[in-house]
Design a protein around this ligand. Sequence first.
Ligand SMILES: *[C@@H]1O[C@H](CO)[C@@H](O)[C@H](O)[C@H]1NC(C)=O
Length: 343
Amino acid sequence: MSLLVFIFLISTPFTFVLTNGFPSTPQSFKEAPQFYNSPDCPSTTLDNPIFCSSHAVHVAMTLDTAYIRGSMAAILSVLQHSSCPQNVFFHFVASASANLSLLQSTISSSFPYLNFRVYPFHDSAVSRLISTSIRSALDCPLNYARSYLANILPLCVRRVVYLDSDLVLVDDIAKLAATHLGSEAVLAAPEYCNANFTSYFTLTFWSNPSLSLTFADRKACYFNTGVMVIDLDRWREGDYTTRIEEWMELQKRMRIYELGSLPPFLLVFAGRIVPVDHRWNQHGLGGDNFRGLCRDLHPGPVSLLHWSGKGKPWARLDANRPCPLDALWAPYDLLQTPFALDS
Ligand SMILES: *[C@@H]1O[C@H](CO)[C@@H](O)[C@H](O)[C@H]1NC(C)=O
């Protein structure tokens, strides 16, 4: 079924219903500096609308009150390390039941020059497909928005970099966006072939050949869905949203995995993606899901730091219990602290 029926334009009158209305006091954020293109950047200004320009780098993220501080830091990091920051276009997907105009004005006040749009995501589209996972934060419908980008974003957006909200870039996103996808790949992401792939699915799955044979003809490896380059044309053509939904429907009837939005991606794409250098997703910095231990960087160069896992750097910094690497997130924090002496 097409999701388009659920997608309304941003001009739809908003209902000011606050769900998950935390943090309880409104957070205020500082204004980021303006970032300018270097002289050799291709011009997008003649293109109308600008987000249809073939020179634009498209970034998709979700936006909600709980993670907005992380999103702001991620946006700042993208702009700061971009050689053509004015060519970056942000597509934010937010729950249709959230206060969209507040989210939108929060972004515009910190980034007055940012190219962006906010798209409402109708939770009902996916909530009927969600079964409970072992980490309840993963059950939030917005967590599944990444499977619907091809339906949500305008058709002229043909390639997008999807980013989670708990990460910062320390390199030019245009390099990641320019990943060669070859003649048929839909997705590119760092792959981890040493991870135990078996553990992402249940015994029910592996002991049923009609299910587990889905991996028979491919060298399936784990990949993290927090950083992905997606060819939206190919996604639309192959209707991968429906393929993901089909596995989610099956999961409702028989438990084939434990985590939330990740396993359906693995079922559809593992072994079929273009591997990206590991520098583009130094993941796991949030620590482990159970004890919240600090993690170290994986060996090798770093272009993107990702605090996946239970702990988030802003929460640990606020609690005065940061992990050593949280110091690398702090410079991108735009939160206005109430008693800060403004310089
Ligand atoms: C991989 O995970 C499965 C299921 O969790 C486990 O039975 C198996 O022993 C693990 N394999 C390795 C090599 O650790």
